[in-house]
Design a binder for this molecule. Sequence first.
Ligand code: IPE
Ligand code: IPE
Ligand code: MG
Length: 248
Amino acid sequence: MLLSGRFSMRKLKTNKGNLPLHIAIIPDGNGRWANRRGMPRSVGHREGSRVLRDVVLYCSEIGIKYVTVYAFSTENWKRPKSEVDSLMGLIYEFLEKAEEELSGSNIRIRVIGDLQALSGELQKEIPRVMELTRSNTGLVLNIALNYGGRSEIARAARIIAKDAIEGRTVIDDINEELISSKLYTSGIPDPDLLIRTAGEKRISNFLLWQCAYSEMWYTDVLWPDFSKKDLLKAIRSYQKRKRKFGGI
Ligand code: IPE
Ligand code: IPE
Ligand code: MG
Protein backbone atom coordinates (compact mmCIF):
# COMPACT_ATOMS: atom_id res chain seq x y z
CA MET A 1 0.00 0.00 0.00
CA LEU A 2 1.48 3.33 -1.01
CA LEU A 3 1.11 6.11 1.52
CA SER A 4 0.74 9.65 0.34
CA GLY A 5 2.41 12.96 1.25
CA ARG A 6 3.42 13.48 4.84
CA PHE A 7 2.97 9.81 5.58
CA SER A 8 5.36 8.50 2.97
CA MET A 9 8.53 8.22 5.12
CA ARG A 10 9.10 4.60 5.84
CA LYS A 11 11.78 4.40 8.52
CA LEU A 12 10.50 4.18 12.04
CA LYS A 13 12.92 5.53 14.62
CA THR A 14 11.09 4.31 17.64
CA ASN A 15 11.36 1.43 20.02
CA LYS A 16 9.25 -1.35 18.58
CA GLY A 17 9.22 -3.23 21.86
CA ASN A 18 6.94 -0.98 23.84
CA LEU A 19 4.35 0.11 21.32
CA PRO A 20 0.86 0.91 22.57
CA LEU A 21 -1.38 -2.02 21.71
CA HIS A 22 -4.43 0.23 21.39
CA ILE A 23 -4.48 3.91 20.41
CA ALA A 24 -7.67 5.95 20.81
CA ILE A 25 -7.97 9.18 18.84
CA ILE A 26 -10.15 12.27 19.21
CA PRO A 27 -9.46 13.95 15.88
CA ASP A 28 -10.44 17.52 16.70
CA GLY A 29 -9.97 20.84 14.89
CA ASN A 30 -11.32 20.19 11.39
CA GLY A 31 -13.62 23.22 11.63
CA ARG A 32 -10.88 25.58 12.81
CA TRP A 33 -8.52 24.31 10.12
CA ALA A 34 -11.07 25.25 7.45
CA ASN A 35 -12.03 28.56 9.09
CA ARG A 36 -8.41 29.67 9.12
CA ARG A 37 -8.32 29.16 5.38
CA GLY A 38 -11.63 30.94 4.81
CA MET A 39 -13.20 27.67 3.68
CA PRO A 40 -16.39 25.90 4.76
CA ARG A 41 -16.10 23.54 7.73
CA SER A 42 -16.96 20.61 5.47
CA VAL A 43 -13.64 21.09 3.67
CA GLY A 44 -11.89 20.57 7.02
CA HIS A 45 -13.86 17.39 7.58
CA ARG A 46 -12.91 16.09 4.14
CA GLU A 47 -9.24 16.79 4.82
CA GLY A 48 -9.66 15.15 8.24
CA SER A 49 -11.04 12.01 6.67
CA ARG A 50 -8.03 11.77 4.36
CA VAL A 51 -5.64 12.20 7.29
CA LEU A 52 -7.52 9.51 9.22
CA ARG A 53 -6.98 7.02 6.42
CA ASP A 54 -3.26 7.82 6.32
CA VAL A 55 -2.87 7.62 10.11
CA VAL A 56 -4.65 4.28 10.25
CA LEU A 57 -2.52 2.86 7.46
CA TYR A 58 0.60 4.11 9.17
CA CYS A 59 -0.46 2.62 12.50
CA SER A 60 -1.00 -0.66 10.72
CA GLU A 61 2.41 -0.45 9.09
CA ILE A 62 4.24 0.08 12.40
CA GLY A 63 2.40 -2.72 14.15
CA ILE A 64 -0.34 -1.07 16.23
CA LYS A 65 -3.09 -3.65 16.81
CA TYR A 66 -6.12 -1.47 17.64
CA VAL A 67 -7.13 2.08 16.74
CA THR A 68 -10.40 3.54 17.97
CA VAL A 69 -11.38 6.83 16.41
CA TYR A 70 -14.12 9.21 17.51
CA ALA A 71 -15.97 9.97 14.29
CA PHE A 72 -19.26 11.40 15.61
CA SER A 73 -20.40 11.85 19.20
CA THR A 74 -23.92 11.57 20.60
CA GLU A 75 -23.58 15.33 21.20
CA ASN A 76 -22.56 16.18 17.62
CA TRP A 77 -26.25 16.13 16.58
CA LYS A 78 -26.36 19.64 18.09
CA ARG A 79 -24.52 20.94 15.02
CA PRO A 80 -26.38 22.48 12.08
CA LYS A 81 -28.10 19.85 9.92
CA SER A 82 -25.92 20.76 6.94
CA GLU A 83 -22.76 19.94 8.92
CA VAL A 84 -24.22 16.71 10.32
CA ASP A 85 -25.16 15.70 6.76
CA SER A 86 -21.70 16.43 5.46
CA LEU A 87 -20.05 14.47 8.29
CA MET A 88 -22.35 11.49 7.73
CA GLY A 89 -21.68 11.69 3.99
CA LEU A 90 -17.94 11.58 4.57
CA ILE A 91 -18.24 8.64 6.95
CA TYR A 92 -20.30 6.81 4.33
CA GLU A 93 -17.66 7.58 1.71
CA PHE A 94 -14.87 6.44 4.04
CA LEU A 95 -16.60 3.09 4.50
CA GLU A 96 -17.51 2.74 0.85
CA LYS A 97 -13.93 3.38 -0.27
CA ALA A 98 -12.32 1.38 2.52
CA GLU A 99 -12.18 -1.72 0.36
CA GLU A 100 -10.12 0.02 -2.27
CA GLU A 101 -8.09 2.42 -0.12
CA LEU A 102 -7.18 0.00 2.65
CA SER A 103 -6.85 -2.98 0.37
CA GLY A 104 -3.83 -5.15 1.03
CA SER A 105 -3.54 -3.74 4.55
CA ASN A 106 -5.44 -6.60 6.22
CA ILE A 107 -7.34 -4.06 8.38
CA ARG A 108 -10.57 -5.11 10.07
CA ILE A 109 -13.21 -2.39 10.43
CA ARG A 110 -15.79 -2.29 13.21
CA VAL A 111 -18.28 0.49 13.86
CA ILE A 112 -19.36 1.12 17.45
CA GLY A 113 -22.11 3.34 18.84
CA ASP A 114 -25.88 3.67 18.68
CA LEU A 115 -26.37 2.85 15.04
CA GLN A 116 -30.18 2.92 15.05
CA ALA A 117 -30.30 6.70 14.69
CA LEU A 118 -28.26 6.61 11.48
CA SER A 119 -29.58 6.83 7.93
CA GLY A 120 -30.80 3.70 6.14
CA GLU A 121 -27.81 3.90 3.78
CA LEU A 122 -25.32 3.88 6.65
CA GLN A 123 -27.20 1.11 8.40
CA LYS A 124 -26.73 -0.99 5.27
CA GLU A 125 -23.13 0.03 4.57
CA ILE A 126 -21.83 -0.61 8.09
CA PRO A 127 -22.59 -4.36 8.25
CA ARG A 128 -21.35 -4.72 4.67
CA VAL A 129 -17.90 -3.34 5.48
CA MET A 130 -17.74 -5.14 8.82
CA GLU A 131 -18.55 -8.42 7.11
CA LEU A 132 -16.15 -7.76 4.25
CA THR A 133 -13.21 -7.21 6.60
CA ARG A 134 -14.24 -9.69 9.30
CA SER A 135 -11.57 -12.25 8.55
CA ASN A 136 -8.75 -9.69 8.29
CA THR A 137 -6.17 -10.37 10.94
CA GLY A 138 -4.27 -7.07 10.98
CA LEU A 139 -5.10 -3.82 12.74
CA VAL A 140 -8.64 -3.50 14.09
CA LEU A 141 -10.11 -0.08 13.35
CA ASN A 142 -13.06 0.81 15.58
CA ILE A 143 -15.01 3.76 14.25
CA ALA A 144 -17.07 5.35 17.04
CA LEU A 145 -20.17 6.69 15.35
CA ASN A 146 -23.06 8.25 17.26
CA TYR A 147 -21.02 7.11 20.21
CA GLY A 148 -21.19 8.45 23.78
CA GLY A 149 -19.43 6.94 26.77
CA ARG A 150 -22.35 7.60 29.12
CA SER A 151 -24.90 6.18 26.73
CA GLU A 152 -22.70 3.10 26.26
CA ILE A 153 -22.56 2.52 30.04
CA ALA A 154 -26.33 3.08 30.37
CA ARG A 155 -26.88 0.54 27.60
CA ALA A 156 -24.69 -1.99 29.42
CA ALA A 157 -26.75 -1.38 32.59
CA ARG A 158 -29.96 -2.11 30.66
CA ILE A 159 -28.54 -5.35 29.23
CA ILE A 160 -27.38 -6.50 32.66
CA ALA A 161 -30.67 -5.55 34.34
CA LYS A 162 -32.59 -7.54 31.72
CA ASP A 163 -30.27 -10.52 32.20
CA ALA A 164 -30.80 -10.31 35.96
CA ILE A 165 -34.58 -10.08 35.70
CA GLU A 166 -34.69 -12.98 33.27
CA GLY A 167 -32.42 -15.10 35.47
CA ARG A 168 -29.28 -15.18 33.30
CA THR A 169 -27.19 -13.14 35.77
CA VAL A 170 -27.19 -13.00 39.54
CA ILE A 171 -26.67 -9.60 41.18
CA ASP A 172 -23.52 -10.72 43.01
CA ASP A 173 -21.87 -11.58 39.68
CA ILE A 174 -22.08 -7.98 38.46
CA ASN A 175 -18.47 -6.84 38.48
CA GLU A 176 -16.11 -4.76 36.36
CA GLU A 177 -15.39 -7.64 34.01
CA LEU A 178 -19.08 -8.25 33.36
CA ILE A 179 -19.71 -4.55 32.70
CA SER A 180 -16.73 -4.41 30.31
CA SER A 181 -18.15 -7.39 28.45
CA LYS A 182 -21.42 -5.52 27.79
CA LEU A 183 -19.75 -2.46 26.27
CA TYR A 184 -19.35 -1.97 22.52
CA THR A 185 -15.63 -2.63 22.99
CA SER A 186 -16.12 -6.06 24.51
CA GLY A 187 -13.09 -8.25 23.85
CA ILE A 188 -10.85 -5.31 22.93
CA PRO A 189 -8.11 -4.26 25.37
CA ASP A 190 -8.48 -0.78 26.90
CA PRO A 191 -6.67 2.03 25.07
CA ASP A 192 -3.07 2.46 26.19
CA LEU A 193 -2.77 5.88 24.63
CA LEU A 194 -5.41 8.54 23.97
CA ILE A 195 -4.48 11.25 21.46
CA ARG A 196 -6.48 14.47 21.16
CA THR A 197 -5.62 17.17 18.66
CA ALA A 198 -6.48 20.88 18.40
CA GLY A 199 -5.55 21.96 21.90
CA GLU A 200 -8.65 20.85 23.82
CA LYS A 201 -7.81 18.92 26.96
CA ARG A 202 -10.99 17.05 27.65
CA ILE A 203 -12.44 13.64 26.97
CA SER A 204 -15.79 14.81 25.51
CA ASN A 205 -17.66 11.62 26.47
CA PHE A 206 -15.25 9.27 24.65
CA LEU A 207 -14.51 5.79 26.07
CA LEU A 208 -15.20 6.90 29.66
CA TRP A 209 -14.99 3.43 31.14
CA GLN A 210 -12.16 2.17 28.93
CA CYS A 211 -9.83 5.16 29.47
CA ALA A 212 -9.56 4.64 33.26
CA TYR A 213 -5.80 4.13 32.95
CA SER A 214 -5.03 5.35 29.44
CA GLU A 215 -2.09 7.67 28.94
CA MET A 216 -3.23 11.01 27.53
CA TRP A 217 -1.40 12.94 24.84
CA TYR A 218 -2.58 16.33 23.66
CA THR A 219 -1.31 18.51 20.85
CA ASP A 220 -2.26 21.94 19.51
CA VAL A 221 -1.93 20.59 15.95
CA LEU A 222 -5.28 20.62 14.17
CA TRP A 223 -6.36 17.19 12.95
CA PRO A 224 -6.04 17.93 9.19
CA ASP A 225 -2.41 18.94 9.85
CA PHE A 226 -1.66 15.85 11.95
CA SER A 227 1.33 14.03 10.47
CA LYS A 228 3.34 10.88 10.91
CA LYS A 229 5.81 12.97 12.91
CA ASP A 230 3.07 13.94 15.37
CA LEU A 231 1.99 10.33 15.74
CA LEU A 232 5.56 9.28 16.45
CA LYS A 233 5.88 12.08 19.02
CA ALA A 234 2.83 10.74 20.80
CA ILE A 235 4.13 7.18 20.71
CA ARG A 236 7.58 8.20 21.95
CA SER A 237 6.06 10.18 24.79
CA TYR A 238 4.00 7.11 25.69
CA GLN A 239 7.08 4.91 25.61
CA LYS A 240 8.85 7.12 28.16
CA ARG A 241 6.05 7.03 30.69
CA LYS A 242 5.90 4.87 33.75
CA ARG A 243 2.45 3.35 34.08
CA LYS A 244 1.67 2.48 37.66
CA PHE A 245 -2.01 1.50 37.68
CA GLY A 246 -2.22 2.56 41.30
CA GLY A 247 0.93 0.71 42.37
CA ILE A 248 4.28 2.22 43.25
C1 IPE B 1 -13.68 17.31 14.79
O1 IPE B 1 -13.51 18.60 14.32
C2 IPE B 1 -14.53 16.50 13.87
C3 IPE B 1 -15.78 16.04 14.43
C4 IPE B 1 -16.42 16.49 15.48
C5 IPE B 1 -16.37 14.96 13.69
P1 IPE B 1 -14.48 19.74 14.75
O2 IPE B 1 -15.57 19.85 13.74
O3 IPE B 1 -14.93 19.59 16.14
O4 IPE B 1 -13.53 21.00 14.61
P2 IPE B 1 -13.49 22.28 15.55
O5 IPE B 1 -13.31 21.79 16.95
O6 IPE B 1 -14.78 22.99 15.38
O7 IPE B 1 -12.32 23.06 15.05
C1 IPE C 1 -15.25 15.41 19.99
O1 IPE C 1 -15.02 16.63 19.42
C2 IPE C 1 -16.05 14.56 19.05
C3 IPE C 1 -15.36 14.09 17.86
C4 IPE C 1 -14.13 14.34 17.50
C5 IPE C 1 -16.17 13.25 17.03
P1 IPE C 1 -15.99 17.88 19.66
O2 IPE C 1 -15.41 18.99 18.90
O3 IPE C 1 -17.39 17.51 19.35
O4 IPE C 1 -15.87 18.10 21.23
P2 IPE C 1 -16.14 19.38 22.12
O5 IPE C 1 -17.53 19.86 21.83
O6 IPE C 1 -15.13 20.41 21.75
O7 IPE C 1 -15.95 18.92 23.54
MG1 MG D 1 -14.21 20.21 17.91
